[in-house]
Design a protein. Structure first.
Length: 240
C-alpha cells in the first residue's frame, strides 16, 4: 500500500496514534523479554546487582535479588502498558471521529508500519536472549570446573578424629564453648528444675530419659578429657 501524506494539522491524531501504538508494542515485547529471562533463568545487565561478600548465603540472596528485580520490572511494564492502552483508546476514538470512513484505511497503514518495527524489536530481543544465555552458560560451566582445596591440611603426625576435623574446618575464628568443672551436676539440677513443672504422671519417664542422656554426655566428656591428657603428656615428655 502506498504511503498516505497529510498536512501537519491533519496528521496530529495520526502521529499520536502511531507513536502510542509503537510504545504499546515495544512494552509488550519488553514484557515478553523479561518473562523469558525468568523462564530461562538469565540475568540481564540491568538486574546484575553485585554483592561484595561471597559467602554461600550471600550468593543465594544475590540470585533472589536478580529475579526480584526482573519481576518488579515486569510489574512496572504492565502498569505502563495499561496507561498507554488507555491513551491509545482515547486517541483512536478521537481520530475515528475526525476522519470518519477514511480512518480504517489510515489505521491499516499504521498497523503495517508498527508491525514492521515490532518485528525488528523481536529480532533484537531474540539475539539478546541468545547471547546472554550463551555467555552465562559458559560462565556457569567455568565456575563448576574450579578446583576447590581442603580448608585443613594436616602436616603433622597427629591423627585427628571425625569430631575434631569438622571443628578445625570452622577456621581460626571459631569460638569454643568453655565448660565449667561441675557442668554436668549443674545440667542435672537445671533438668530437674524443668521436670518439676511437668505433670506428675510424666515426670518419672522424663527423668529416666534425662539420666540416660547425661550418662552418655559424661562418657563422651571423660573420653575426650583422657585423650587430651595423653596428648599433653606425650608433648611434655622429654627425649632421651
Amino acid at each position: 500500500m502506498a504511503p498516505i501524506k497529510f498536512v501537519a494539522s491533519q496528521a496530529r491524531s495520526f502521529n499520536q496514534y502511531k507513536n502510542i501504538r509503537t510504545k504499546v508494542l515495544k512494552c509488550c515485547a519488553n514484557i515478553y523479554c523479561n518473562r523469558q529471562f525468568l523462564i530461562k533463568k538469565i540475568v540481564p545487565n540491568y538486574a546484575n546487582i553485585k554483592v561484595p561478600h561471597y559467602s554461600p548465603a550471600t550468593l543465594v540472596t544475590q540470585k533472589k535479588i536478580h529475579f526480584i528485580q526482573i519481576k518488579d520490572e515486569i510489574k512496572f511494564l504492565y502498569k505502563k502498558k495499561q496507561k498507554l492502552n488507555n491513551d491509545l483508546y482515547k486517541i483512536h476514538l478521537k481520530a475515528a471521529q475526525e476522519w470518519c470512513s477514511v480512518w480504517h484505511t489510515i489505521l491499516e497503514s499504521i498497523i503495517n508500519v508498527t508491525n514492521q518495527e515490532l518485528e525488528k524489536k523481536c529480532r533484537s530481543i531474540g539475539m539478546n536472549l541468545k547471547n546472554l544465555d550463551k555467555s552465562q552458560f559458559q560462565s556457569t560451566s567455568s565456575e563448576l570446573q574450579k578446583q576447590f582445596y581442603l580448608r585443613v591440611v594436616n602436616k603433622t603426625n597427629i591423627t585427628f578424629s571425625n569430631e575434631e576435623l569438622p571443628l578445625l574446618n570452622k577456621g581460626l575464628k571459631c569460638n569454643l564453648g568453655y565448660k565449667h568443672r561441675h557442668w554436668i551436676e549443674k545440667l542435672a539440677l537445671e533438668a530437674e528444675s524443668a521436670v518439676s513443672y511437668l505433670p506428675s504422671a510424666e515426670q518419672d519417664y522424663i527423668r529416666h530419659q534425662i539420666s540416660h542422656n547425661i550418662k552418655h554426655l559424661y562418657k563422651q566428656y571423660k573420653a575426650s578429657h583422657e585423650c587430651n591428657t595423653i596428648r599433653t603428656t606425650k608433648k611434655e615428655t622429654p627425649l632421651t
